[in-house]
Design a protein around this ligand. Sequence first.
Ligand SMILES: [Ca+2]
Ligand SMILES: [Ca+2]
Ligand SMILES: [Ca+2]
Length: 300
Amino acid sequence: MTVPITVFDVVNMSVCEINFTYDPTVVRMTDVTRGDMRYSFKFNVNNGSGWMRANALDVDGLSGNVTFAYVTLTAVGNKSDVSEMEFADSRLLDVSFKEIVHIRRNGTFIIWENVPPEVINVSATPIAILYDNNRPRTPGTNISLLSAYVTDADGDITAVTINLSSIGGSPAQPMEHVSGDLWEVTTNATEVAAAINAPDFTHQLTITATDNDGGINDSVSIELTVLKRGDVNGDGLVDGNDSKYISRYLAGLEPEASNPPGVLVGDVIGDAGDPVGNGVVDLMDALYIAKYTSGMVEEP
Ligand SMILES: [Ca+2]
Ligand SMILES: [Ca+2]
Ligand SMILES: [Ca+2]
């Protein structure tokens, strides 16, 4: 944590010199940077003994609340450890070399543990969709509502994102806070190079939840199955075997007869060539796939 050391309500301060101690078994000073004083700023840190001393000059003098320095503190002890942050000494002078009378307010550094966010009850609705390729589909078959309940036992959730890169989306797609603990986003899916023809169509979409103390949970994924329209036999390709599958099924041949083609992937065309389909897998669909295989129509 980076915090300022500030001189409050001062008039024409030109010199500020401090000597500062802390418990080095609890906290280390890992960075010190200059504040408002413009002429010079020098510091020395000894994390072995637990002290920092610094001085700064400003030839014109500064008034009001003047930040002397910013110190970055890193916890090195255990949970609940405490270190006093104590001014051992301090000296302030104004532009006329007069002492500025002041009081010192010491600080306290406490190490506490942040409970990371918890991600529960994740779902995809529906759990299986079709890849988009710009050809019309039955409404709802190319989008899925991804949702998750995210809680933080000791703080607030500040952001929830989901990695959609395996289905052509952003690696950190923000999920919207709906209400209470519920976060959602609706997505479609487009094929990416690595996923084409993959035998496994189930994608693990990893959620990253962040809380107000920077705690992260990225251990939970939403499972979404994405299928290729026309791939009736489920081998990742749309080819003559899919057309044949429908033909054999319609003829009552086994094993296809006992494993009817799914409407989601198999219904690729409807009446009068309607690209949306008609909810039925029949020889019209087999013909469309056959024509696609022959390069005569676009990808289903
Ligand atoms: Ca927390
Ligand atoms: Ca196939
Ligand atoms: Ca059809």
